[in-house]
Design a protein around this ligand. Structure first.
Ligand SMILES: [Mn+2]
Length: 323
């Protein structure tokens, strides 16, 4: 089975600091043909309202992903043995034209989805998730499990500008890409523009689990509720690195204190196992604000956790077909 799937470069043969800096040291391939999971970069931060830099995220996450090994120590999963996974490179982007940027990102992710592969994307700012959702929700609205410090459901910025990294999930609901009754946001915290900032999202039926509620209830209980909300239907997972405390992930554009520890994030992510996922992303890693790569290693590790969840889903599907 192993030899028909792409394998990462063996660290016992080529040390981790050598060779090509691809995601997880997997082969770089031209497109998603034959892949179960496509690792893809979205180097675009044209939706950033304050500190830009997430455009540099994919390159640094690729670099730090060289520290990941090939098996998950808790699940026992060896993702590269059960699924065909490779680095399809970065989608084309336009750093000086927002609407063209969104169009290019949607095209890039659509090319993956059309080949039947699950996209696992690394942003980019959180607006990149909107064109990804346009690509993965072509057959109808999907559910969403959203880890973030911010709800990202505001309406407009700087006048009537509707597309920023503070608005993607409002636009996605309006466009019918997300079913708000199957949406849960976890880790939301920090000061807001007004006391009614989350009123619109709550009115649509979005479940917002503030950090304070997470602290009171714990990962197990919160994720049991999140799993019940999305159920067994198609669901997307989006992980904003600013959900993690800035003491552990400072390299991001909009840091908020009081965040998840990296260990809590691992606990939360592992409880995604068994859902029906159509893709996932890690966004808002901004290397210009990072310290010695400490945020990029968090991004790479979150990516590996998500990769194992997706690989386990592929494995279950293949076993079902084989049976
Ligand atoms: Mn966000």
């Amino acid at each position: 089975m192993t030899d028909k799937f792409h394998q990462p470069v063996d660290a016992a043969q080529v040390p981790r600091f050598a060779g090509h800096a691809t995601f997880m040291r997997l082969p770089a391939v031209a497109d998603a043909e034959g892949l179960d999971i496509a690792l893809v970069g979205i180097p675009w931060d044209g939706g950033t309202t304050n500190r830009a830099g997430a455009r540099h995220g994919p390159r640094e996450v690729r670099n730090y992903s060289s520290l990941m090994r090939s098996a998950h120590h808790m699940f026992g999963t060896e993702p590269y043995k059960v699924a065909n996974i490779a680095d399809v490179g970065d989608v084309a982007v336009n750093p000086i034209d927002l609407m063209d940027g969104l169009r290019l990102i949607e095209n890039g992710i659509s090319a993956i989805v059309e080949k039947g592969a699950l996209p696992l994307a690394v942003g980019g700012d959180h607006l990149t998730t909107l064109p990804v959702l346009r690509a993965v929700a072509k057959n109808g609205p999907v559910g969403l499990i959203h880890f973030d410090a911010h709800s990202d459901t505001n309406d407009t910025y700087f006048g009537d500008n509707r597309y920023t990294h503070g608005t993607p999930f409002r636009r996605a609901i309006e466009e019918g890409l997300l079913d708000p009754a199957r949406m849960v946001q976890i880790g939301i915290r920090g000061s807001v523009y007004g006391s009614d900032e989350h009123a619109w999202a709550l009115k649509q039926g979005v479940r917002i689990i503030y950090m304070e509620e997470f602290v009171a209830r714990g990962a197990l209980e919160v994720m049991e509720e999140a799993r019940a909300i999305v159920g067994g239907h198609a669901t997307y997972v989006t992980f904003d690195i600013d959900s993690i405390d800035p003491s552990m992930a400072p390299g991001t554009g909009t840091p908020e204190i009081g965040g998840f520890t990296t260990r809590e994030a691992q606990q939360l992510l592992r409880m995604l196992d068994g859902l029906n996922l159509v893709g996932a992303d890690v966004v808002e890693v901004a290397p210009p604000f990072d310290l010695n790569g400490m945020t990029s290693i968090v991004g790479a590790t979150v990516m590996f956790e998500l990769l194992c969840i997706l690989a386990r889903q592929i494995e279950r599907q293949k076993n079902r077909i084989a049976r």
